[in-house]
Design a protein around this ligand. Structure first.
Ligand SMILES: [Zn+2]
Length: 415
């Protein structure tokens, strides 16, 4: 860890990050902010008030994507976008998403204090529901902006209790037709997202910032395994159709299929396993699992999905269970815009920061903004590569370095 003092005075930003972290459904320092929940709405209000106090004009769309605009001298030109998300999965930390939102705001404030006058407007964006917690689909707001999730598909989304997007957004105060959310290409002239790495490379190498060249693409499935329940004592082992032991084989198949490509960029995860009826003395009759397979190479990832499909057929036939798969999403990988990456590179050099080019292995709102604008991402280190945990941490020096590079980049792009 570097002990150098940050060159930018970002004490205010750090205080704002800590204050935002106090807004949580869980006891701080644990951060839980599920979209449209009480904490998410308070967090939105907090960030909007900071934006307004900084002289930005705030607007929200029908699904709650929020745009805080610094008007340029040529307001008719497409703006430069920056930003990220402030929702957080259960039991998360302070920095994922929030560094990109509050750090983006800080970069704008730094430029303002320096007397910079943007030619293109700069818009700070807070995307709705980057995390899939509530509706099972990630990047809801940016996905709808990109037109990759239609209003009909959005209205069909349900939470665990069967409650839909419409009820949730109405309660949160977001109105208007959902078909007004989609933006056309050119909505942003360019878009750049600051984010913690969520991996260990930058910290291990002692590199200040990462310039993202590719964003890996996730594909996610919801899989139901239906077997035959019964009394754990009465139902003898021969002829059992235990849905959970079948699910165990599926889970291991996901692991070995991801490893089988031999590429470090292929990863496969089962993160949910719901067992019915979930009693100690009952043979599981039904299991729901989710799979998440990612790669920077879309074809290689789809190859893993195809090999899994035949593995599921084999397990189903051999164990006599019914396996139903439902594709939740399969998104293409994004390639970052070389012109923005070059601007980031020039800014890192000018700011005296060390940098490396790298791949984003988690998906981000930028993956979807890429469909309507050239994008790039700027990573800063996070301790131990830890993210989506309460002990997630990025030092003030790291955050200051990212904000410094981002502010120079925004200045160049908006000039
Ligand atoms: Zn994030």
């Amino acid at each position: 860890m570097t002990t150098a003092r940050p060159e930018l005075k970002i004490d205010g930003l750090i205080a704002e990050l800590l204050a935002l972290g106090q807004i949580s459904e869980a006891e701080p320092p644990v951060v839980t902010r599920v979209v449209f929940g009480e904490a998410d709405l308070r967090a939105r209000a907090f960030v909007k008030s900071l934006c307004e106090a900084s002289g930005l004009k705030v607007r929200e769309d029908a699904v709650g994507n929020t745009f805080a605009r610094w008007e340029g001298s040529e307001p008719a030109l497409a703006p430069i976008g920056t930003g990220s998300h402030i929702d957080a999965i259960p039991n998360a930390g302070l920095y994922d998403g929030c560094v990109g939102v509050l750090g983006g705001l800080e970069a704008i404030r730094v430029l303002g204090k320096l007397g910079f006058k943007p030619r293109r407007s700069i818009e700070l964006v807070i995307f709705t529901a980057e995390e899939p917690t509530r509706f099972g689909i990630g990047c809801l707001g940016s996905r709808m902006m990109a037109g990759l999730l239609t209003p009909e598909q959005a209205l069909a989304l349900r939470d665990k209790e069967g409650r839909g997007l419409e009820g949730w957004r109405a309660q949160a105060g977001f109105k208007g037709p959902l078909n007004s959310v989609a933006a056309s290409r050119g909505r942003f002239h360019q878009f750049v997202e600051l984010h913690i790495e969520q991996g260990p490379l930058l910290e291990q190498e002692g590199t200040d910032v990462g310039l993202v060249t590719h964003i890996a693409a996730p594909a996610s499935q919801r899989i139901t395994i239906e077997g035959e329940g019964g009394h754990a004592g009465g139902k003898l082992m021969p002829g059992r159709k235990d849905a959970l032991t079948a699910a165990a084989e599926l889970i291991l198949a996901v692991e070995s299929a991801a490893k089988s490509t031999g590429a470090v960029d292929t990863v496969g995860t089962v993160g949910i396993c719901d067992v019915f009826p979930g009693a100690v003395n009952s043979v599981p009759s039904r299991v729901l699992i989710t799979t998440d397979v990612r790669d920077i190479d879309g074809a290689r990832r789809d190859g893993v999905l195809a090999s899994l499909a035949s593995a599921y057929d084999e397990i189903s036939a051999r164990r006599g269970v019914k396996i139903t798969t439902e594709l939740v999403n399969a998104d293409p990988p994004a390639t970052c815009d070389p012109a923005i990456v070059s601007a980031l590179e020039r800014s890192a050099i000018a700011a005296g920061k060390t940098y490396r080019k790298m791949v984003a292995r988690a998906y981000h709102d930028s993956s979807f903004v890429a469909f309507i604008a050239p994008v790039a991402m700027l990573f800063i280190p996070c301790r131990g590569g830890v993210s989506h945990r309460p002990d997630e941490y990025a030092s003030p020096e790291w955050i200051g370095g990212g904000v410094h590079v981002l502010s120079r980049t925004l200045a160049e792009l908006a000039s």
